[in-house]
Design a protein around this ligand. Structure first.
Ligand code: PAF
Length: 285
């Protein structure tokens, strides 16, 4: 049996109310579609932890910085539904545009602190768009648990913050980044890479993992960041937008490794912007 596709909020609410009547715990996996193994790992985690799983698919115009980027974003609803069916996800919620942003819509959810710097500095308004749509999706689905990938590590922090601050009764579950065999973090944007760019792409993850290892063993944070940046550029990336060590738990800048950290980077390859991050552990000298 295929996954049930729902496009109207009233119908979704009816289904969830029925599940609640039967005592089911509900898991939510928010996506913008173009599903890959990373998304499917979130769905599997949701199926383990909950009784009923809603995957949401909405390409959110409010979180794109350019109309061209929005237009180029892959849209593959039929393929996405086909990938979800064998896993046993219960509902694919593909809200019609007016279910998310009806005429007159005038509210923005804006998270301070963790949304600043990194992607927040490079993509003005991006996290307001993410925060607004995620708030709506969590309230619309009324789930008990929502699953987000660590690949978008800053986004995960932003979502945790808004859920806490707005008292949304849902638990956020962060799930590990899924990588290709050569280390490239899975992303819907990888389809935009040419064959030549795809061959260069692993340099980003490789530089991050090597820097993480050396920092954990006591090497200087600024030196390792500089080395990693040079290696990424030498491999063929056009620019490194940022490469920073931040606190794992608070996302604050960390000039020295004095607690668990995350190395986070964004780099541009051809016309594709890729982001990645790796943990940096303490006490491995
Ligand atoms: O990570 C994504 O795919 C999106 O930012 C999300 C969380 C589905 C909100 O549109």
């Amino acid at each position: 049996m295929g996954v049930e596709i729902v496009r109207r909020l009233a119908e979704l609410r009816g289904i969830v109310a029925d599940w609640r009547g039967q005592g089911f715990r509900v898991g939510v996996v928010p996506t913008m579609g173009a599903l890959h193994e990373g998304h499917l790992s979130l769905v599997r985690a949701a199926l383990v932890k909950t009784d009923r799983v809603i995957v949401t698919l909405f390409v959110n115009p409010k979180q794109f910085n350019s109309a061209a980027d929005l237009a180029a974003y892959p849209r593959t609803e039929n393929d996405d539904a086909a990938k979800l069916a064998p896993l046993g996800a219960h509902v694919l919620y593909v809200p019609d545009g007016d279910q998310m942003y009806p005429p007159g819509f005038a509210t923005t959810v804006s998270v301070e602190g963790v949304s600043e710097g990194l992607c927040g500095a490079r993509r003005p308004g991006h996290f307001d768009g993410v925060s607004t749509v995620v708030t709506k999706l969590l309230l619309q689905t009324g789930g008990d648990f929502a699953f987000f990938g660590e690949k978008d590590f800053q986004q995960l922090h932003v979502v945790r913050r808004l859920v806490t601050d707005l008292d949304i009764p849902i638990e956020i579950v962060g799930c590990p980044t899924i990588r290709e065999a050569d280390g490239v973090a899975m992303s819907s944007r990888n389809v935009h890479l040419s064959a030549a760019e795809r061959a260069i792409a692993p340099a980003l993850a490789k530089a991050l993992f090597e820097a993480s290892d050396r920092i954990a063993k006591g090497a200087s944070v600024p030196d390792e960041i500089e080395t990693a940046r040079s290696r990424i550029l030498a491999a063929g990336y056009e620019t490194v937008e940022y490469l920073e060590l931040r606190g794992e738990d608070d996302l604050k800048p960390m000039p020295v490794l004095d607690r668990p950290g995350r190395l986070l980077a964004a780099a541009v390859l051809g016309s594709t912007r890729l982001i990645d991050n790796v943990p940096v552990s303490v006490g491995r000298r």
